[in-house]
Design a protein. Structure first.
Length: 476
């Protein structure tokens, strides 16, 4: 770019990563440099290169404290909170991932199903017909309540509410572009606020750890299970390690699930016929009762709706790795220290994998069976997200609870712009109007940047989704 040179490409990427990556893919194909003539940052756009990058954890590391764009002092509260699985490599990562896996076994995860449904029911109890609510804010609040309850074991009392607010403020700060762009620790600056919040959050997490050890709080949360997890090859997690993994679980389990729920509800509102069929399926199978985990397998349209939303608008649309040694990538020879960016969003838009890839078609999953490096909303390979099962279960339980009570509708003239530095979300929230289940929602014209990501031609929805669901008709 004139004057600023290659740095302008980085600015374009930071402020609009998805469209920048899409332009690179459309113009250059499977492999592209982020800037002409430089190979320190490259992008890969195909399942075969996804597999190369994601299957070799020794050659391609996640960004850790040393390579992170977040500047932090050694042995500071921020550095300890930042030391979660996502920011670890090698033997340290392998050991702690094994311990985390013990705490997130399927039987433990599914035991939280009733708690999640009850929290969802309590959250929506204060809604009223005709209310306009910001669904992004509502889903962030709800998933935060779920995270505080299931991860820390804290209820909706004063302590739980204070922890929720502190965690939300910290996550907003740690993903703040001004804090990353100007890492100066002076009062009044965003980076200083991040330091202060990190110190407060670390103190709050350590208080919960102390309370668990003293037996004065619930032992039903993931943190309590982590504290009791033991590796036959060594000791369990230290308090510093527990602090880092707790922060990681909140980032991975709260922010991404809120994103998935918000985008899923947005797409359902944008396609009222699919929403109507899903409501029919839920009411016919659940009869207005709170959903149980065992019932989720009997809700096939709900499963397809969630899969299609995660394909079309994945919560994490891109991620990066850094190479530890020189390597070959197709015809290219690249050096150690190369940052490699891969994108689930681009992979999910490859027409050879997903016909009409920009279209919303939940029924494509009746026949679609992609490989792990072709469909990767939770990454793939040895570092696949440990909490994927929890996130999908939580998303389905919340949708099944909410859509038996309310039918959300987009207001006329709505504009939706995608945003988020790493975790995708509507930039200015998602206003919806709450309606009773009965009635018909009109097709609403949608404007904004979301139209560059989604083709809103409603003729793309399969004919079977335009009428009442097969389940509902059978029950009539």
């Amino acid at each position: 770019m004139p004057v600023v040179g290659y740095r302008g490409n980085f600015l374009s990427f930071i402020f609009d990563a998805v469209n920048h990556l899409r332009r690179l893919h459309d113009r250059y194909g499977e492999v592209a440099s982020l800037a002409r003539g430089r190979t320190d940052y490259i992008c890969v756009f195909s399942p075969r290169y996804n597999q190369v990058i994601l299957s070799d954890c020794n050659l391609f590391h996640n960004l850790d404290a040393a390579s992170s764009p977040v500047r932090m002092r050694e042995n500071s509260p921020l550095s300890r909170l930042y030391a979660g699985l996502t920011n670890m490599n090698g033997a340290c990562h392998k050991r702690q991932r094994k311990l985390m896996g013990l705490a997130l076994q399927r039987r433990h995860v599914e035991a939280y199903g009733g708690v999640i449904a009850e929290l969802a029911e309590r959250h929506i109890a204060g809604w009223h017909v005709g209310d306009e609510v910001d669904m992004l804010a509502e889903m962030r609040a709800l998933t935060m309540a779920v995270a505080v309850r299931t991860l820390l074991g804290l209820g909706p009392d004063r302590e739980g509410r204070q922890t929720q607010r502190l965690l939300q403020d910290w996550m907003d700060a740690v993903f703040s572009v001004p804090a990353l762009a100007l890492p100066v620790d002076l009062p009044g600056l965003p980076y200083h606020r991040l330091q202060v919040l990190s110190e407060r959050l670390e103190g709050a997490v350590r208080d919960v750890i102390t309370a668990h050890r003293a037996g004065t709080t619930s032992d039903e949360g993931v943190l309590a299970r982590l504290m009791g997890a033991n590796d036959s090859d060594g000791p369990g997690l230290t308090d510093d390690e527990l602090t880092g993994q707790t922060a990681f679980l909140f980032i991975a389990g709260h922010a991404t699930t809120a994103s998935a729920l918000t985008w899923t509800l947005f797409l359902l509102c944008a396609y009222p016929s699919v929403l109507r069929d899903l409501i029919d399926e839920l009411t016919a199978n659940l009869n207005g009762d709170l959903p149980e985990v065992s019932q989720l397998t009997g809700l096939p349209l709900l499963d397809r709706v969630v899969k299609e939303s995660l394909r079309l608008l994945p919560p994490v649309m891109w991620w990066s790795k850094v190479s530890t040694a020189s390597f070959d990538l197709g015809p290219y020879q690249l050096d150690a220290g190369t940052h490699v960016i891969f994108s689930s969003y681009i992979t999910h838009r490859l027409p050879e994998l997903y016909p009409r890839p920009d279209s919303y078609q939940p029924d494509r999953w009746l026949a679609c069976d992609p490989g792990p490096y072709e469909y990767l909303p939770f990454s793939a390979g040895p570092r696949t997200c440990l909490g994927a099962g929890f996130a999908v279960m939580e998303t389905k339980l919340i949708l099944a609870t909410m859509l038996q009570r309310w039918r959300p509708q987009l207001p006329p003239g709505i504009r939706v712009d995608p945003g988020g530095l790493m975790v995708s979300q509507p930039k200015h929230g998602l206003p919806v109007v709450l309606n009773q289940l009965a009635g018909h929602a009109p097709d609403i014209e949608i404007s904004g940047g979301i139209r560059t990501l989604v083709d809103f031609d409603r003729r793309s929805v399969s004919p079977g989704q335009r009428g009442r669901s097969h389940v509902a008709r059978a029950n009539e």
